[in-house]
Every structure is written in C-alpha cells, then in structure tokens.
Design a protein around this ligand. Sequence first.
Ligand code: FE2
Length: 263
Amino acid sequence: MRLLLVGDIVGNPGRRAVGEMLEALRSRYDLQFVIVNGENSAGGFGITKTVAKALFDAGADVITLGNHAWAKRDSWDYIANEPRILRPANYPHGVIGRGWGVFDAADGSRVAVVNLLGRIFMNALDCPFRASDSILAELSEQPHAVVIDFHAEATSEKIALGYYLDGRTSAVIGTHTHIQTSDERVLPGGTAYLTDVGMTGVVESVLGLDPQEAIKRFLTQMPGKIKPAEGDTTLQGVIIDIDCDTRRARGIQRISVRCVDEF
Ligand code: FE2
C-alpha cells in the first residue's frame, strides 16, 4: 500500500496547490491513501469547516492538525464532530475532538493515523512518547499501517520519537517547521522516518507567509499581520510504501512539486 502525507498547507495558495495537484499525484504515484496537515490552511492559522471540506473534496482522506488546531473558534464544533479531522492526541484528557483514528484506504487496507504535538519550544501537552504507547495499546484491531504525524519544533525530539516507535509503527513523519529535511530513511526496525515533510504554499515566502510582513515583525518586535504570501506554489510531501502483512515500511520518498513547473 502506498500513501502520501502532504506537508502543512498554508492559506488559500496552499489549498489551491492541493486542489490543482492532488488528483494528478494520486494517479501518478498510484496512491491509496492521502493525509494532509491542515493546521495552517485557513488564512495561515487554523482550519475552518469550509476549508476542511475543500481539502476533503480535493482528495484528502484525513486532515491532521497541530499547535494551531484551535485558532478558529467557529470550527471547534466541526473538529469535535468530524472523525476525519485529527487534533494532537496528547492534549489532556477530556479535550474535544480526537487525536487518532483508523481509516479505509482505497485498496481496502486499514490505516491508523495518529497526530501528536512535540513539547520542546511548544505548549507542554502530555508526553507524546507515552501517548503513543497508550494509543498503540488501545488499537482494538490490527491495522495494516500505523502512521504518526509528529507536529514538533525540535529535530531531536522528532528523531527520538522515530527510534522510540521503530518497529511498532509504519511511519513517523515530522510536520510543523515548513522546511523539508533530507533525512528520509527506513529505520532498522522498519519504520519510515522524515524529520520534516515541508510545506504546501507559496515558494517565495517565509514559511508560507508574506516576507515583508515577516521582516517587519522581526525589525519591530511587534505583532504583525498574518498574511499568506502570493505567487507560485509548491506541494511538499512524503510517499511511503507499506507492506500490509508486516506493517513495516518498504520505502520512503519525499516529493517537492512546483505547481507551475510540472502541472
Ligand atoms: Fe504548527
């Protein structure tokens, strides 16, 4: 089974890239399942019901979130009631929504997807390592694949979780920094790993946002306007091949597609 995880979709340009490219990527790579990180998909921060619906219509099977999960208050009810949207699983017990789920892929296999948030340079939630232990223990059925979207800042925390879950999950993929790293590999126990999958949004930008606004914030130390950049877009993601009999990854390939160049 082959799946794609799309890196943090930033604002309207990021959504446009997904809308224009996802279907073509599905057939080009024969993808059976698509996870997208949508935590920056509405204006750069958070997600709304309308935006989430557009991402599902574009071909996403599951939307994962992160530290901006709650940025749009109007969408809280929707996040609480839409099983295909995952907020970090290590929020304290009782928080609305869900942090993981088991879903059907196009080839009939069952894929468990887990969203976790790091704790270094971020809000300190419950321990993501222990949270993943409890989720793996809770899985009542044995899915064919288990994929973790680890939304975290520190590379050390991300790599450590990769090794912690090596052999117990099919993939541990980092999101959040919006800069794609080049350390993709299958760890010794069979877990596909990448520190950060990158971003889907405007190429000439500061993490998807308008460079001039970002520069102004650094120069003045004042809160500035959060404005997605405008221009040509890229879709960055990672494709993972999974052996459904063993749940181990057979291979991992990162992609970075320029919308104008290739489509
Ligand atoms: Fe984030």
